[in-house]
Design a protein around this ligand. Structure first.
Ligand SMILES: [Mg+2]
Length: 320
């Protein structure tokens, strides 16, 4: 069986079966790992950005790429309700990479570190056929329990921490190489969301205040990530499509171009907002948006008052 036949998530399931359970409080399969130190819990997550797979040098500057590499990792730390503290970077680069490019990468990394209150504390540099940034983020729970994917309870509200769709519309614009029928401001906002996503560290810090039962960061699309959250929790979700907040810039561009905004939001990904299951009474006092509720089982999309099964169309690296 090849990696492409197995699919990314099939592979992860498979790989988990090859490994011993280990001593981590939360191991492979959540937004970040949780390990115990004496007296305090540490949260760790790692994510790679590969040129040609996750970023294109003709779409993103080196500084954008550095920024994004930190953001996507910090986002996983935030999704656990932890405070990001340290960053490690394994930089894999072709020998002909110029100092200008390297400088740009580290500028972006440093900008992101400053924005999130983190610090690059180590890493590695190796020769590789294409530019790859493997970032590890380490955070602290500061005595609190981790907010995992597995605690959603029937009756919980399902909420997102902000509007969706900008990054996916940005990618579509970059792919089409044409921003016709859209205002420059809208196009720039959407492309920036793809190039320089912001991790919701503030929302991550709020997870404990609202006694969140479960959370995941939206990296692969609402449809795919909602599926993972519900499966980990062993419950069903009902998502009310009419309530899902579409970023106005993304909505305007999609409408002008005739793109299906529902597909973009469900399958597009890279929003890096948090998807949270929490007790209904806790939603008040947040600016998060209620998009559905936790039910006994199944994954449902309420569209025009009709409940239909949620389409399975998130992003999966190895599926072909
Ligand atoms: Mg994640």
């Amino acid at each position: 069986v090849s990696l492409s036949e197995r699919g990314e998530f099939g592979f992860i399931e498979r790989m988990r079966s090859w490994l011993p359970d280990g001593g981590a409080t939360v191991g492979i399969g959540d937004d970040a790992a949780v390990v115990e130190t004496t007296g305090n819990s540490v949260v760790a997550a790692t994510d790679a950005l590969v040129e040609g797979v996750h970023f294109r040098s003709d779409w993103s500057s080196p500084s954008d790429t550095g920024f994004k590499a930190v953001s996507v990792n910090v986002s996983d730390i935030a999704a656990m309700g932890a405070c990001p503290r340290w960053i490690l970077l394994a930089l894999c680069a072709p020998p002909e990479t110029t100092e200008e490019v390297l400088r740009g990468l580290y500028e972006g990394i440093e900008e992101a570190c400053a924005a999130y209150g983190t610090e690059l504390v180590g890493g590695d540099t190796v020769r590789a056929p294409q530019l790859t940034l493997v970032v590890t983020a380490i955070g602290e729970l500061e005595g609190k329990e981790p907010v995992t994917r597995s605690g959603a309870e029937v009756g919980d509200v399902v909420a997102v921490t902000g509007p969706l769709g900008r990054a996916a519309v940005g990618v579509n614009l970059l792919l089409s190489q044409d921003a016709k029928d859209s205002s420059p401001e809208d196009a720039i906002a959407c492309m920036a969301a793809h190039r320089r996503p912001r991790a919701r560290v503030d929302a991550g810090a709020q997870l404990h205040q609202v006694a969140a039962h479960a959370a995941i960061d939206l990296s692969d699309g609402l449809g795919s990530d909602a599926r993972r959250l519900s499966e980990s929790s062993g419950v069903g979700f009902e998502i009310d499509l009419g309530r899902v907040p579409v970023a106005p810039e993304a909505g305007r561009i999609a409408a002008a171009r005739g793109w299906d905004i529902e597909r973009i939001v469900l399958g597009g990904g890279e929003d890096f907002e948090l998807l949270v299951a929490l007790p209904r009474e806790q939603l008040e006092g947040t600016d998060w948006i209620e998009i559905g509720r936790v039910v006994d089982d199944g994954l449902w999309l309420v569209r025009d008052g009709q409940s239909v099964p949620l389409p399975d169309e998130g992003y999966d690296h190895f599926r072909t």
